[in-house]
Design a protein around this ligand. Structure first.
Ligand SMILES: [Zn+2]
Length: 205
């Protein structure tokens, strides 16, 4: 059985991870949006009876080493290939004008790439208007980075950047009920496909 590990990035004490204050006085804090996505996805998983663990139930930021330790403890308990870590983020760019979504895995070809590809495919359906920011140089759509949570965790791991909170049109999506529900639905449908893939692989053994 594949277990979903949900890791909402940052915390209420993380400086800098926020949008500008827009003209109407609103502002998005990235940690809050990430935690909200985790809650929404968890609710959907609950309804389907899909097992999951919330790696960061705290509102404050938990050090990456602690997060990785929590993930790895679950990997030891359930088996690393029976866990899928999803790190939940939204993005920012240097010139505050980038838009769209990105799916990251660690460098090299791993099982994570297969799960990441599912998130990419599902984004076509569930976030059809979002720009898909891909790296096709290695034959798949995900980008590869040596992010701590991808590098230091034992199980397949995917890091998702949903939209750019420092670009107003994207941020409006992140602040809206419809946008948040759309993102959660994207995760949920992707997770179900990941479970299908996992089940196929494990039936053939
Ligand atoms: Zn982030």
């Amino acid at each position: 059985m594949l277990r979903i590990l949900l890791n909402g990035g940052h915390g209420n004490n993380t400086p800098g991870k926020c949008s500008p204050v827009w003209n109407d006085g609103t502002q998005l804090l990235e940690y809050e949006c990430n935690r909200d996505t985790v809650r929404r996805v968890a609710l959907k998983l609950d309804r389907e009876g899909i097992p999951y663990h919330i790696i960061t139930p705290e509102e404050f930021d938990v050090p990456l080493a602690t997060r990785a330790n929590r993930v790895n403890a679950l990997c030891h308990k359930y088996g690393r290939n029976n866990c899928l870590l999803l790190s939940v983020h939204s993005n920012a760019s240097k010139n505050h004008n980038a838009s769209g979504i990105e799916v990251y895995t660690s460098k090299g070809v791993t099982e994570s790439d297969e799960y990441a590809e599912i998130f990419y495919e599902q984004s076509l359906e569930h976030c059809p208007d979002a720009r898909k920011r891909c790296d096709m140089s290695d034959g798949d759509h995900d980008k590869e980075e040596a992010f701590y949570m991808l590098r230091k965790t034992l199980c397949p791991a995917v890091l998702i950047e949903s939209y750019f909170f420092d670009y107003e049109p994207d941020c409006r999506i992140l602040m809206s009920e419809e946008g948040r529900e759309q993102i959660a639905e994207w995760y949920f449908e992707s997770i179900k496909k990941c479970i299908e893939l996992y089940n196929q692989k494990h039936q053939n053994k």
